[in-house]
Design a protein around this ligand. Structure first.
Ligand SMILES: Cc1cc2nc3c(=O)[nH]c(=O)nc-3n(C[C@H](O)[C@H](O)[C@H](O)COP(=O)(O)OP(=O)(O)OC[C@H]3O[C@@H](n4cnc5c(N)ncnc54)[C@H](O)[C@@H]3O)c2cc1C
Length: 284
């Protein structure tokens, strides 16, 4: 899914620079790499379809705690620009938006303004009464500093230090915490300090010629996470209709988005195919 999204983001970036996508190096530093990471070679990464993958030399690692590092071609998105681009495209191609809070995906079949609905895609992030779903709180800090790469450091204690440049004068996200089931909406100043210090220690050039961060704001968000991974599944509903579930993407909603969309399109095609889905289920 990540590879599909990588290819699609490349195509959009080339055709629509206003969509807010920037291609830049991804850099990863690992203090305690798992066996899977350790087994990663340049040949294997190429075989997997990764572009520009290269293992970092020991002298390129930020400190002796980092045991493995690599770089590869990646992309970053300015979500404000990208979401407004998608919304404009959706409207231009005939999509209509109706804002309604529903208690269950099946409720959508009954909304009069929508006419005769055949298929509902449940891309609600957290799903509906799915006991495998939980939120993962994340505190990050938006800074005005620019950065020439998207850098992620996984520490041995399980914590992370990362940056995601938004580009287009959108600043750079410095993160971040991962706190399952924590609903606290308030950012902590102490956490902000620690995130900024830890990231600057790993990638000092972010501080620029002034040698400091320019903080724009603290951000607290909730990643829609699901035990066992996301749900991508078609559910037949009485009357030959169906709900396609596509939620629970955790902290990778953008990274996997076009792969998920492809999965949804495949399930939709199955539903519409003669002898499958719609026709078979109309006997229900
Ligand atoms: C701190 C943090 C860092 C992140 N970093 C990254 C990253 O580096 N890379 C990445 O790819 N992703 C990242 N994400 C994750 C990304 O934001 C999510 O994965 C993504 O937003 C999920 O997209 P989604 O469309 O599935 O769900 P959402 O964005 O949650 O959208 C769900 C939609 O469904 C609607 N909805 C929900 N319930 C109902 C209801 N009952 N009735 C009507 N409408 C409803 C909501 O209003 C919303 O519009 C991060 C998130 C956080 C919080």
């Amino acid at each position: 899914m990540a590879l599909k999204t990588f290819a699609e983001m490349g195509a959009i970036q080339r055709s629509n620079p206003e969509a807010g996508i920037t291609f830049m190096p991804g850099i990863e530093y690992l203090e305690a790499p798992s066996a899977v990471y350790k087994a990663l070679t340049e040949a294997k990464a190429k075989e997997m379809g990764m572009v520009g993958f290269r293992l970092l030399k020991p002298e390129e690692l930020p400190d002796s705690k980092v045991k493995l590092g690599f770089t590869y071609d990646s992309w970053c998105v300015n979500p404000m620009m990208y979401c407004s681009f998608l919304m404009r495209r959706f409207g231009f191609r005939g999509g209509k938006v109706l804002k309604v809070e529903v208690r269950d995906p099946s409720e959508v079949f009954e909304i009069k303004e929508l006419g005769n609905v055949d298929v509902v895609v449940n891309c609600s992030g957290v799903g509906f009464n799915d006991d495998k779903v939980f939120i993962t709180r994340g505190q990050t800090c938006l800074v005005a500093n620019t950065c020439d790469a998207t850098v992620t450091r996984q520490n041995a204690d399980g914590s992370w230090a990362f940056c995601v440049p938004r580009n287009f004068e959108g600043g750079t996200i410095i993160g971040g915490t991962k706190e399952p089931n924590d609903w606290n909406p308030a950012p902590s100043e102490q956490v902000r300090r620690s995130l900024l210090d830890k990231f600057a220690a790993s990638y000092p050039s972010i501080l620029g010629s002034e040698g400091k961060f320019v903080v724009l704001k603290d951000i607290v968000g909730r990643r829609p996470t699901r035990k066992g991974g996301m749900r991508l599944e078609k559910e037949q509903v009485v009357g030959g209709k169906c709900v396609i579930h596509a939620y629970g993407l955790g902290g990778r909603g953008y990274e996997l988005s076009w792969g998920v969309a492809e999965g949804v399109a495949t399930l939709l095609a199955e539903h519409l195919a003669p002898g499958h889905g719609r026709i078979a289920s109309s006997k229900l």
